[in-house]
Design a protein around this ligand. Structure first.
Ligand SMILES: NC(=O)c1ccc[n+]([C@@H]2O[C@H](COP(=O)([O-])OP(=O)(O)OC[C@H]3O[C@@H](n4cnc5c(N)ncnc54)[C@H](O)[C@@H]3O)[C@@H](O)[C@H]2O)c1
Length: 451
């Protein structure tokens, strides 16, 4: 490694340069919202204004030149919410119950569609929007069925329109720095033989709403939902979603692909619907074996629990020279830890990574002890310390991914999660539930990841 490479040069030349400049982030958060329509606006429709749709709309609205013109949702309650919320931010939208009517009537008023419906409808909503000539940002998981995910890849190919899948960590400057710079470019961790990801949540009952908000049964059934319980808790039913494994694992398993730049050769998973007795597994533990382009075998362990929030959600990359812990919420993971071992890097060698701007100086437990009256046990604090990553995300978590999408629409810059890339991780994520059901290892062939 070129040790003359100093921090200033690194910041200038790094792909993550913009994200390292906090003033840029702060400025961009202040723009947008209440300014009226402009001729060069990118006009956007949203299909599915639920919990995630609202988060995406709030983030997208902060991006200069993005204008919402229409929203579709089969739930009157959410349509009213969308209309009110967007109007309060200066965006007057027409609302629709049926996406076909939206695409038909709003054809001239929309350039792009954001799809944030439950997973089972992604393919239908995405493909129809692509066919209508619109660019699409579709939430993850692409689908709960692989054939549907394939249809999305083919739909994108056929129409040539842009299709970004909502694995938003792919555009998050903290993850870009950690994976592209720390792990891949500068090899700070050495050979990363193992990775770990978890998303643990506490016990939660099924979502319910007041009776007056219920959708009439005939409307629900017209759109394929059995009843309000299934509609509100779609993730837990095989028809509509893939359970917590697919819902949460889709974000994190994708990172193993990114860090190792290869696809897995197998997954072995165990799990069950042991606590809630719901349709989908409430806990899954999956081991993926990856084969790198150099022919090396790496293993990743992924766990999702819905009966304990212990440890929350984060990902870890474990290498011979160091480990990196990261989470979408920086307080849960944001540090690189040196592997202190015989023959490993010296303190001076490790500190050169700080000079390069790859990490910040260690928040020393000793320093903390000096200013505290409480004696700290080094066996604990040695684990807790690490070199923090130097990149902050000072805007909503989904915003950089939406910015990346709209930059692609406007300027043709590359998407950070094009559909082919997302399809690869969809193959692996969906296979974990199959492995649980079959009680055996699922082996992948390289062609399984290609449409
Ligand atoms: N990227 C992330 O961090 C993230 C986080 C949460 C959810 N998601 C994804 O976002 C999507 C939505 O999840 P959610 O939590 O908002 O669910 P949700 O149930 O809160 O919202 C879904 C919305 O879609 C509407 N809908 C359902 N079927 C429809 C149809 N046929 N046509 C039009 N509208 C329809 C519902 O009425 C509801 O308002 C899922 O794919 C989920 O995996 C992504």
């Amino acid at each position: 490694m070129d040790m003359k490479f100093n921090r200033r040069n690194f910041i200038k030349t790094s792909a993550a340069a913009a994200s390292l400049l906090p003033t840029f982030n702060i400025l961009s958060q202040q723009v947008g919202a209440t300014i009226g329509p402009k001729d060069d606006d990118v006009n956007v429709a949203m299909i599915g204004y639920g919990e995630e749709g609202a988060i995406l709309a709030d983030a997208a609205i902060k991006i200069p030149g993005v204008r919402f013109t229409a929203v579709c949702d089969i739930w009157d309650f959410r349509r009213k919410m969308a209309k009110g919320r967007l109007a309060s931010l200066g965006h007057e939208v027409n609302v629709y119950e049926d996406y076909r009517e939206l695409l038909d009537k709003e054809d001239k008023n929309i350039d792009c569609v954001i799809v944030a419906t439950p997973d089972w409808m992604h393919a239908e909503h995405t493909c129809a929007s692509l066919e209508a000539g619109k660019h699409v940002y579709c939430e993850k998981e692409m689908s709960n069925h692989l054939e549907k995910a394939r249809e999305m890849v083919l739909g994108q190919r056929k129409t040539g329109k842009l299709l970004q899948i909502g694995h938003q960590r792919r555009s998050n400057p903290r993850y870009v720095h950690a994976i592209d710079n720390v792990i891949r470019k500068h090899n700070v961790l050495g050979r990363v033989t193992h990775a770990y990801g978890q998303w643990n949540r506490s016990v939660a009952p099924f979502v319910t709403v007041r009776d007056r908000l219920n959708i009439p049964t005939e409307t629900l059934q017209k759109y394929g939902y059995e009843n309000m319980e299934q509609f509100l808790n779609w993730r837990w039913f095989a028809k509509y979603g893939g359970g917590p494994m697919v819902d949460l694992g889709s974000h994190q398993i994708d990172l193993f692909f990114w860090a190792w730049d290869c696809v897995p050769i197998s997954v072995t998973a165990v799990g069950g619907n042991d606590y809630f007795n719901r349709e989908m597994n409430d806990n899954v533990m999956a081991i993926y074996e990856f084969k790198t382009k150099e022919g090396l075998i790496n293993r990743a362990y992924y766990q999702v629990l819905t009966t304990s929030s212990r440890g929350g959600f984060y990902e870890q990359f474990m290498g011979e020279n160091g480990s990196l812990t990261i989470s979408e919420i920086a307080e849960r993971g944001n540090a690189v830890q040196q592997e202190v071992r015989t023959g490993g890097s010296t303190k001076e060698e490790w500190n050169k990574f700080i000079d390069l701007g790859l990490m910040l100086p260690i928040r020393s437990a000793v320093k903390a002890a000096e200013t505290s009256n409480v004696a700290l046990d080094v066996r604990v604090t040695a684990e807790a310390t690490g070199n923090p990553l130097p990149v902050d995300l000072l805007k909503p978590a989904h915003m950089p991914h939406l910015e990346n999408f709209f930059a692609a629409v406007r300027k043709g810059t590359p998407l950070s999660c094009p559909v082919e890339l997302a399809y690869e991780s969809a193959v692996a994520v969906l296979a974990a539930n199959r492995s649980v059901a079959a009680g055996k290892t699922i082996h992948f062939k390289p062609e399984d990841f290609i449409v």
